[in-house]
Structure formats: structure tokens, C-alpha cells
Design a binder for this molecule. Structure first.
Ligand SMILES: NC(=O)c1ccc[n+]([C@@H]2O[C@H](COP(=O)([O-])OP(=O)(O)OC[C@H]3O[C@@H](n4cnc5c(N)ncnc54)[C@H](OP(=O)(O)O)[C@@H]3O)[C@@H](O)[C@H]2O)c1
Length: 244
């Protein structure tokens, strides 16, 4: 896909990695819809930064825990600027929990936000595109392929998102390619600092966290290539090789 002049919707696009995705797409010449949940001010800043690349950008709020809001987001995006040809499902939560201490609330929130929302968004995206070319990229985690003991509901929701990626790729071919980017450590969780990140990457073969451009380059690669679908691209510095 030639990205310049096309439209992308990035969920959770206001802050952190979502913002990096938005700005990489804007730099590539794409108009962008910056979806956000709570971060209204950050979303406006991201929109302003995106516009500096000479593209159109708007922010749209939706609580992706609510099925109705997820269901109508692509339609609202289409009404606010134009129908997106690219959907990046980046919004997620990452809350600890093992088999013993994961409660129903932790479980349900992960499945609603990390799995049900991408499903509903992809469904309406495909319906609205109605045979025109499109791309979906789901942001997952190497843990989805190599589960450990921690982050039970998170891992299961992302593992199901990997399976969803493969099923959607098959059903939506040939006009829509659906892929996943499986990340390792990039940014520390919002409640942790850089020292935490430094510690957890010591076992990773790359011996460091990913640079944000290494992640956004992988996104652009997947979007530009029309012959890759149903793929899960690990961009984790080899973290999956040393798990367990
Ligand atoms: N950071 C990493 O190192 C890392 C590692 C592996 C995988 N990943 C994956 O990469 C993606 C981005 O990571 P990140 O660290 O940048 O994510 P993040 O900061 O944890 O969250 C991304 C965004 O998700 C949105 N969100 C959460 N719940 C929502 C809800 N109910 N409704 C609407 N939006 C909601 C939030 O938007 P608001 O702030 O607007 O509420 C938030 O900004 C995620 O899918 C994550 O699992 C990240």
C-alpha cells in the first residue's frame, strides 16, 4: 500500500506508543484519526504534532470497554474525516495477575479492551471498506506466543488477538491484510520507571529495550507490503528466545 494521502485510525493514539504510531504514519504522509480514552489533552497535542507533517488529523474519544462505542468508532472516524484504509489496534491494558489472584474484573476488562474492541473495530472496518483495500495491524506482545505465569488475563487476551489476526486475515483476504506486531519491552509501564525497564531487559538477548523507531519502522513495513497477511512479527530483541 502506498501510504501517502491515505487515512489511518490508531486506537490509544494519544500517548506513549500509540502517539509514536500516529506520528510515524503522519510523517509517511497519512491523515490520522487519533482515538483516545481519557487522555483528551494528550490527544490534542498528538493531533497538533501530526498536523505539522502537513496531514489532516482529528481526535476521537471512545471508551473501548463499551461494545457500542467500539462498534461505532470506525463509522465516526469516517464521518469526521474520511473512511480509514488502515486500522491500528494499539489501545490495551496491562494489569498484573496470576491464576490465583486474577479476579473477574481484571479478566473482563482485559478481554473487553484488548480483544473484543479490536474484533468489533475490525468487523466494522471491513464492513465499511466493502471490498476496497485495507490493512489492520494488531499490537500484541511476545508473551502472547510464549506465556509465563504473570499477567494471565493480559496474556490470554493478546494470545486470542493473535488467533483473531490469523482468522481475520483468512476471512478478509484478498483485499484486507491483517497482521500483528509482537513487542517486547519498549517503554516502562506508566507506573514504573526507566530503572525497571533496564532491569527487565538484562535477560533479553538484545540487552536493551526497543527504540521507538524500531517499532514504528516495523509497522510501516507491514503496512507497505501487500503480500504479508496473518503474520505475527516479533520485534522483541529476542525476548521470546529466553523466556521461562
Ligand atoms: N509499552 C511496551 O513496552 C509494550 C510492550 C509490549 C506490548 N505493548 C503493546 O503495545 C500497545 C501500546 O503500548 P503502550 O505501552 O503505549 O500502551 P498503554 O500506555 O498501556 O495504553 C495505550 C492506550 O490504551 C488506551 N486505553 C486503555 N483502556 C482504554 C479504554 N477502556 N478505552 C479507550 N482507550 C483505552 C489508553 O488511552 P487513554 O490514555 O486515552 O485513556 C492508553 O493511552 C499495547 O497494545 C500494548 O499491549 C507495549
Amino acid at each position: 500500500m502506498h501510504l501517502k494521502g491515505k487515512m489511518a485510525l490508531v486506537t490509544g493514539g494519544a500517548r506513549r506508543l500509540g502517539r509514536a504510531f500516529v506520528l510515524a504514519l503522519a510523517r509517511a504522509g497519512m491523515d490520522v484519526i487519533v482515538h483516545y480514552g481519557h487522555a483528551a489533552q494528550a490527544a490534542e497535542e498528538t493531533v497538533a504534532q501530526a498536523r505539522r507533517h502537513g496531514v489532516r488529523a482529528v481526535a476521537l474519544q471512545a471508551d473501548l470497554q463499551e461494545a457500542d462505542e467500539a462498534l461505532h468508532l470506525v463509522e465516526r472516524a469516517a464521518e469526521s474525516l474520511a473512511l480509514p484504509q488502515v486500522l491500528v489496534n494499539s489501545a490495551a491494558i496491562f494489569v498484573p495477575g496470576t491464576l490465583r489472584n486474577t479476579d473477574l474484573d481484571n479478566w473482563s476488562r482485559h478481554f473487553r479492551i484488548n480483544l473484543r474492541a479490536p474484533f468489533l473495530l475490525t468487523q466494522s472496518f471491513a464492513r465499511l471498506l466493502d471490498g476496497q483495500p485495507g490493512k489492520v495491524v494488531n499490537i500484541v506482545d511476545w508473551r502472547a506466543l510464549y506465556p509465563g505465569r504473570q499477567y494471565l488475563a493480559y496474556t490470554l487476551s493478546k494470545a486470542a488477538l493473535v488467533t483473531f489476526t490469523q482468522m481475520a486475515a483468512r476471512e478478509l483476504a484478498p483485499h484486507i491484510q491483517v497482521n500483528a506486531l509482537a513487542l517486547g519491552a519498549v517503554l516502562p509501564p506508566p507506573d514504573k520507571d526507566e530503572a525497571y525497564l533496564e532491569r527487565i531487559v538484562q535477560r533479553v538477548p538484545a540487552k536493551r529495550a526497543a527504540r521507538v523507531e524500531e517499532i514504528t519502522d516495523a509497522l510501516l513495513f507491514l503496512l507497505r507490503n501487500d503480500y504479508i497477511t496473518g503474520e505475527v512479527l516479533l520485534v522483541d530483541g529476542g525476548a521470546h528466545l529466553v523466556h521461562g
